[in-house]
Design a protein around this ligand. Structure first.
Ligand code: ZN
Length: 61
């Protein structure tokens, strides 16, 4: 079954090793059953923060 994961990063800290997520990106939470559930979790996580997120398919292969 397809799973989805949420990758978040901070717009303000990209490439800043001292910044959020070490200036990189991070997968949050668990794998989600649907794209919608992943998008909701991503939106909630980012909230008012200068974070961006993208949904990736978690390919088990
Ligand atoms: Zn930041």
């Amino acid at each position: 079954m397809e799973k989805f994961k949420v990758v978040v990063w901070c717009e303000s800290c990209q490439d800043d090793e001292e910044g959020c997520f070490g200036g990189s990106a991070e997968v949050i939470g668990e794998a989600f059953e649907s794209w919608e559930a992943a998008a909701k979790a991503g939106a909630q996580y980012c909230g008012e923060l200068p974070y961006r997120y993208r949904i990736e398919q978690d390919d088990p292969d």
